[in-house]
Design a protein around this ligand. Structure first.
Ligand SMILES: [Zn+2]
Length: 269
């Protein structure tokens, strides 16, 4: 059975393109979505970015393994032109979209419209504002609903702490906790929205995704089964913790196959 990891960046975590390719090959992963992350705010503060060019280079060196995605800061000039150019060079999706703008900001809607025109899925990182933490990316879940309805043929894939914290119905009681722990209260906005919106999907990557499906194992296993058409395996890291967690749940074969590969192939064959 083929396996796809939908969330990777090359030249990151002190690993170059070859090191990432070796990691995925050793793990038995057949294809990998290589995402950029370009954000103006980080350019001003001198923090690292993850250039789209690096992801394209990875796909040129390992064409059977890496599928490049493009990232353009929505505040740049001629964003549609830049995205179209990246698509001509092989990019198949837009992401990682991790920008300090509200998710329904008009500049972001230019990106969504362009993705609609080009048939690109969008992978976004959502966070919430917390005292002393400047990571309020793509806020928030409430504003996302109308966006999903305004762009019904664009496929959105959610990821990040501000996204996975909404697994539980009591998320609002923990507004200063990025990674809430412990049993899940029914009525979470995230499972509800995934069930409601055909064009909304979830990326299980990073500590936030892993915690989302393991903090309450009984709930987590059932969530994977109930929403198996909407969830995709991805790591955003270089370990096998998520793979072990998913395999540890002994899921029905068809559920496992959809999460590990089938769902991502519906978006990018
Ligand atoms: Zn990432």
């Amino acid at each position: 059975m083929a396996k796809t990891d939908i969330h990777c960046h090359v030249n990151w975590l002190d690993m170059d393109i070859d090191a990432w390719a070796k990691h995925f090959t050793d793990l038995g992963i057949d294809r990998v979505f290589a995402l950029g992350w370009e954000e103006w705010d980080r350019r001003w503060t001198g923090e690292y970015e993850l250039p789209t060019e690096d992801q394209i280079e990875a796909s040129q060196r390992y064409p059977d393994l890496f599928i490049p995605w493009c990232s353009v800061d929505p505040r740049e000039k001629d964003v549609p032109g830049k995205i179209r150019e990246y698509v001509k060079r092989g990019c198949k999706g837009f992401g990682e979209c991790k920008i300090r703008l509200m998710v329904d900001n008009p500049d972001l809607k230019v990106v969504y419209r362009t993705c609609d025109e080009l048939g690109l899925p969008i992978l976004f990182h959502m966070d919430i504002w917390m005292p002393g933490v400047p990571h309020w990316y793509m806020m928030d879940l409430e504003r996302l609903g109308p966006v999903l309805e305004e762009f019904p043929s664009v496929q959105f894939i959610g990821h990040g702490p501000g996204w996975w914290r909404e697994m539980s119905g009591d998320a609002d009681d923990h507004m200063t906790t990025a990674y809430p722990e412990g049993p899940i209260t029914p009525g979470g906005r995230l499972p509800e929205m995934l069930a409601k919106h055909d064009n909304l999907h979830a990326d299980l990557s990073a500590g936030s995704g892993l915690r989302g499906i393991t903090r309450d194992p009984e709930f987590g296993r059932q969530f994977l089964i109930d929403l198996s058409d909407k969830l995709m395996y991805g790591t955003d890291f270089h370990d096998r913790a998520l793979l072990d967690a998913i395999e540890g749940y002994n899921l029905p074969e068809d559920v496992y196959e959809k999460i590990m590969d089938g769902n991502s192939r519906k978006l990018i064959p």
